[in-house]
Design a binder for this molecule. Structure first.
Ligand SMILES: [Zn+2]
Length: 188
């Protein structure tokens, strides 16, 4: 519908501008008319842009009962209720295995082992996500702190937080709960 309206509108605008130009044929500054025409055409095409921007990944949505059936109680507590595993207790905080870390909820690949570093904080830490579009950032003001929560963009699983005290090249520290991740080792 938007395309049709734009298509129908454009000739009208051109005709109106052409008529305007013909009545002002002696205009000493024809470039001003050209600039106006360019602006009008751009405005007319804009309604198409938001539709293109929202064509992102398909969401994975499940009922609470389905999540409880799929996840262990600890996975559910962290990924679905925004909990945090105790430091130095998770399965990946000290893991050096080469591979890709996937979302525990929907298996979306989130981090690569070659961006993992030893932050000393007791949780697996990465300086960069595999794809920025796979993560969603939310402002978290709980526990008297202002932090940036990280969630999976596909299933909304709580993953952890991102801080600005990481190493080069990004200076970021994605501090992630092991229990929100599933490591698929390379070559398997
Ligand atoms: Zn997910």
């Amino acid at each position: 519908m938007t395309t049709m309206r734009t298509t129908l509108l454009a000739p009208f605008l051109l005709a109106a501008l052409a008529a305007c130009s013909s009545t002002e044929g002696t205009d000493p500054e024809p470039t001003a008319t050209d600039a106006a025409a360019t602006t009008d055409m751009t405005d007319a095409a804009q309604p198409n842009d938001p539709a293109a921007a929202t064509s992102g990944m398909e969401k994975v949505e499940k009922t609470d009962a389905e999540w409880r059936a799929q996840l262990s109680p600890e996975e559910y507590r962290v990924a679905r209720e925004g909990g945090t595993e105790r430091a130095f207790t998770g399965r990946y905080w000290d893991t050096k295995t080469a591979g890709t870390y996937h979302c525990i909820g929907c298996d979306l690949p989130l981090f690569r082992s070659d961006t993992k570093f030893d932050s000393g904080c007791g949780w697996p830490s990465f300086f960069e996500p595999l794809e920025g579009a796979n993560l969603v950032e939310l402002r978290d003001t709980s526990h008297g702190m202002i932090r940036t929560e990280i969630r999976c963009a596909r299933c909304d699983a709580h993953l952890g937080h991102v801080f600005t005290d990481g190493p080069p090249p990004t200076g970021l520290r994605y501090c992630i709960n092991s229990v929100s991740l599933n490591l698929e080792a390379d070559g398997q």
